[in-house]
Design a protein around this ligand. Sequence first.
Ligand code: DQA
Length: 140
Amino acid sequence: MKILVLNGVNLNLTGRREKGVYGSETLEDINKEIAAYAKARGAEAAFFQSNLEGEICTAIQQAEDKYDGIVLNAGAFTHYSYAIRDAIASVSVPVVEVHISNVHAREEFRRNSVLTPVCRGEVLGFGKNSYILALESFLL
Ligand code: DQA
């Protein structure tokens, strides 16, 4: 089982921005933990982060036939990117949407995701463990 963990805009600042919301572990730290968890479960995780919407779309397109699933935290792209939505709808590789924070307990604009309708499911509000739970959903 090969899983691509994909992070979008501003997620590279995790551990440095809004620590009260996103925690103090860096994305690199979190990715190391995800990689170790995947290995312990007999799976393999690969990682990509970009602040560019098109690069996220390309990563989703290229995941076809290469990965069994995508764990995607698109950051703020979640709330308005029809391009990422269409990329997800264009591939057969299943995508699980992830958020570190509970987006429903925050600003109104974060309550809407244009990605959820084309994702297999969504995990949010469990901090860095949202990624682990999303990964686990592919292994059940
Ligand atoms: C986020 C939530 C988004 O609303 C926000 O724009 C982010 C991070 C999260 O992981 O909680 O950048 O996706």
